[in-house]
Design a binder for this molecule. Structure first.
Ligand code: ACO
Length: 427
């Protein structure tokens, strides 16, 4: 059978080089240029990796043109509708959904591993009250690695899974502690009688002793609708192929560092507003815009090439049609409108921006559609979660994706240290 290849010709020398075309099970073919430098003495140039595949993977598939996202082959729409976040975690780690018994055991283990070592608890006191929870989170996760030295050398499947379960279960506790530290209020320990998402909301909101009445946001108890909305947000964030923070996690994995240090680096990368930090910036921007009447002026600013202003929550490197996660959250938002009291001025501003941008040639011609962060900000605001906790919530959801990709990298016998080259233009 004829091998699929591509021949590249150097027009200066006339030399030709043939490269194999690799076929994935889904998505575009990939040109294998691993020997390019050895063959030609030249590097390829692709800043921002817009045309580069850096690994083989079976975790997540995205078709940006069609607006398709799958975890282990299952469409995100099906997972968001039929499965919980914990089931999604099991799926990503084990390549299949759990049976009822497996889910029970997994849930139990996650609940029991959610406590932090007392030594780690004291670390939070070292940070100023006004520290951003993302900075505290990244530092605390690095510190977590000091308690688990044995996670550096792992070979057995059980070791990989134990290390993963540990970080997935502790992340909500770390995030809730970071939040409570920022308010100067006592930490609430995890409650093993509560499921993953409700436990996190309780650690955020409750008074010591786990009492929910008289809690600051006026809720007497955590409503099922709130748990459902947040659980869906976790599921939608669980993984996203080779995005910026995952690429950082794999890069750190390639040097042989501790997995939790790799996750900590992922947290730092996610913090930026071009990435996960956009969810916080969306709401800050809506507040800054202030009223529906001001929207048009800000849309003009976003379109002005001489103005740095960008509409937060719009555009995506990969999705050039729509972000399927945004679509799911938009319908969830419409569905929960009454229950979550979503008819606010902020919501009206958001709707106006959405309406103008979706019909404006500047945004349409550049394929700039609302992304997941546009809607998470609105839903999380309705859940009375402060802006500074939006990106930590993204972290909680994405931890399973990062660790799954870390394990995949480790198990790939062909993986190498990440070491790109450059086009040198200096003296
Ligand atoms: N508002 C206004 N114009 C925009 C926006 C925006 N949000 N996003 C992109 N553009 C314009 C750019 O100015 C550029 O215009 P030009 O062709 O006239 O120069 C064009 O659209 C392409 O933009 P790039 O920055 O080249 O696109 P890229 O794929 O590199 O960036 C990104 C994607 C970073 C998400 C960008 O759209 C952005 O900054 N969006 C706002 C921040 C945001 O919402 N980030 C969350 C992403 S989702 C996530 O990480 C979970």
């Amino acid at each position: 059978m004829k091998k699929n290849t591509m021949t590249l010709t150097n027009n200066m020398t006339g030399d030709s080089y043939e490269y194999n075309i690799l076929e994935g099970t889904r998505g575009p073919s990939v040109l294998d240029v691993r020997t390019f430098f050895a063959d030609t003495g030249m590097f390829t140039y692709d800043p921002g990796f817009t045309s580069t595949s850096a690994c083989e993977s079976t975790v997540t598939f995205i078709d940006g043109g069609k607006g398709e996202l799958r975890y282990r082959g299952i469409a995100i729409e099906d997972l968001a509708k039929n499965n919980t976040y914990l089931e999604t975690c099991f799926l990503l780690l084990n390549k299949r959904l759990p049976s009822k018994e497996e889910l029970y055991a997994f849930d139990l283990e996650i609940r029991h591993r959610s406590f932090l070592h007392e030594g780690l608890r004291h670390l939070f006191n070292a940070f100023p009250d006004n520290a951003h929870p993302m900075a505290t989170l990244s530092a605390a996760v690095t510190a977590l690695s000091t308690f688990y030295n044995d996670h550096i050398e792992m070979n057995k499947e059980e070791e990989f899974l134990e290390m993963s379960h540990r970080i997935i279960s502790k992340m909500p506790t770390i995030a809730a502690f970071a939040y409570r530290h920022s308010l100067g209020i006592p930490f609430i320990q995890p409650d093993i009688d509560l499921g993953f998402t409700k436990n996190f909301l309780t650690m955020m909101r409750a008074y010591p002793g786990g009492k929910m009445h008289l809690c600051p946001n006026g809720h007497e108890e955590i409503k099922n609708v709130e748990v459902r909305a947040l659980d869906t947000i976790f599921t939608l964030h669980a993984d996203h192929e080779q995005n910026a923070s995952t690429t950082v996690v794999r890069g750190v994995a390639s040097t042989g560092a501790h997995p939790y240090v790799a996750i900590s680096s992922g947290i730092s990368a996610l913090w930026g507003r071009a990435h996960g930090g956009a969810n916080e910036s969306v709401i800050a921007q809506l507040e800054y815009i202030g009223s529906v009447e001001n929207v048009e002026a800000f849309i003009q600013r976003a379109k002005d090439p001489d103005d740095d202003f960008r509409l937060m929550g719009f555009g995506h490197r990969v999705y050039k049609n729509f972000d399927p996660r945004a679509k799911i959250l938009k319908s969830l938002q419409d569905e929960l409108r009454e229950e979550l009291n979503l008819d606010t001025e902020l919501m009206a501003i958001a709707r106006k921006i959405e309406e103008i941008a979706l019909n404006d040639d500047y945004f349409v011609s550049r394929n700039l559609y609302p992304n997941i962060d546009f809607y998470t900000g609105i839903i999380l605001t309705a859940l009375q979660i402060p802006k500074s906790m939006f990106t930590p919530i993204f972290v909680i959801g994405r931890t399973v994706g990062w660790i799954t990709q870390w394990i995949e990298f480790k198990k790939d016998k062909t993986s190498k240290i990440a070491r790109p080259r450059q086009l040198y233009l200096g003296d």
